[in-house]
Design a protein around this ligand. Structure first.
Ligand SMILES: Cc1cc2nc3c(=O)[nH]c(=O)nc-3n(C[C@H](O)[C@H](O)[C@H](O)COP(=O)(O)OP(=O)(O)OC[C@H]3O[C@@H](n4cnc5c(N)ncnc54)[C@H](O)[C@@H]3O)c2cc1C
Ligand code: FES
Length: 273
């Protein structure tokens, strides 16, 4: 089984014309958008995402919306945050958006992370923009009084994506980076074993790369801890209609496998990693 049935029904996704409240460029590489959307912010659960319709850019139109994890939910202001780096045409156009503009969002979408009943502590492991997918779990875990730890890895030490969020939420976070040599699976695993072998977390939540997910699953097996992994796929609709986002799960030739947008993006790590 991919995951146990959902305990509570998901909110129906809706469209919203969201005002761009803030656009921050982080270390010249990541773009953090604060978007005013009370209807989506108030109904989003941890690990869900939105589809963002790419605004017309110099007359050229990008047909398909782009999926982005909801990085933070600020229910009091009705704002949600997304963080992205520029990969291709869609994110390049989004990088040119300015405060005062608006963006068409569809959301909240997908099945996200779920804190198991009775869990006392959670360990978040994430890399790069995957850090944006796990921070909403940290919000929930902290609100529930759970001990929350994080191992966050980036390409550059100066970026330290998620650092302000961890500080705000009171999360015990370790940051590793490729440019100082501390960001290797071996070093990450050794550090986590040293910190958690005697007192393992109740659950591990991961997003970032296949290698990181496999390392997390190996730790989960060592500690007998459940692992939830958020995966990515190219998405055309985000709604389960186009069937174009098959999850990386082995299926029989005669059956359709799960879809990342509808059945995920979060799956049982023991099934997908
Ligand atoms: C559920 C979900 C949540 C996501 N959350 C975030 C987020 O919080 N921050 C963020 O920066 N990105 C996130 N992404 C990835 C983001 O959607 C893509 O980077 C974006 O759609 C690329 O659009 P583009 O038009 O710039 O690039 P395109 O022109 O579509 O593609 C440019 C290049 O990037 C590759 N590419 C495109 N999409 C992906 C992908 N999903 N994975 C790997 N390679 C890809 C293409 O193959 C191509 O080589 C998420 C994806 C999913 C499925
Ligand atoms: S993106 Fe269309 S079904 Fe998942």
């Amino acid at each position: 089984m991919l995951r146990p049935p959902e305990l509570t029904p998901r909110a129906e996704p809706t469209w919203d014309d969201a005002l761009v409240v803030e656009h921050e460029v982080i270390d010249g590489y990541y773009h953090r958008l604060v978007l005013h959307s009370p209807s989506i912010t108030g109904r989003a659960t941890a690990g869900q995402f939105v589809m963002i319709t790419v605004p017309s850019d110099g007359g050229a139109t990008v047909l398909l919306p782009r999926p982005m994890a909801i990085h933070r939910r600020r229910v009091d202001t009705g704002n949600l945050e997304v963080i992205f780096s520029v990969l291709g045409r869609g994110t390049a156009a989004l990088a040119r958006i300015a405060p005062g503009d608006s963006l068409l969002l569809t959301g909240p979408l997908g099945r996200g992370f779920e804190l198991p009943a009775g869990a006392a502590s959670v360990l978040l492991i994430a890399h790069g923009s995957g850090i944006c997918a796990v921070m909403t779990v940290a919000e929930d875990a902290r609100a529930a009084g759970m001990t929350t730890s994080a191992m966050l890895s980036t390409a550059f030490r100066s970026t330290a994506l998620g650092e302000p969020d961890c500080r705000e939420l009171g999360i015990d976070a370790v940051f590793v980076a490729e440019d100082d040599g501390s960001n290797t699976i071996g070093l990450i695993t050794a550090d986590l074993r040293q910190r958690f072998d005697t007192s393992p977390p109740s659950v591990i939540m991961v997003c970032g790369s296949g290698a990181l997910a496999r390392a997390a699953v190996a730790l989960g097996q060592r500690w007998r801890t459940p692992v939830q992994v958020s995966v990515e796929a190219h998405m055309a609709c985000g709604l389960g209609y186009c069937h174009g986002c098959a999850a990386p799960v082995a299926t029989r030739a005669d059956e359709e496998g799960p879809l990342v947008c509808r059945d995920g993006p979060v799956f049982d790590g023991y099934v997908v990693a």
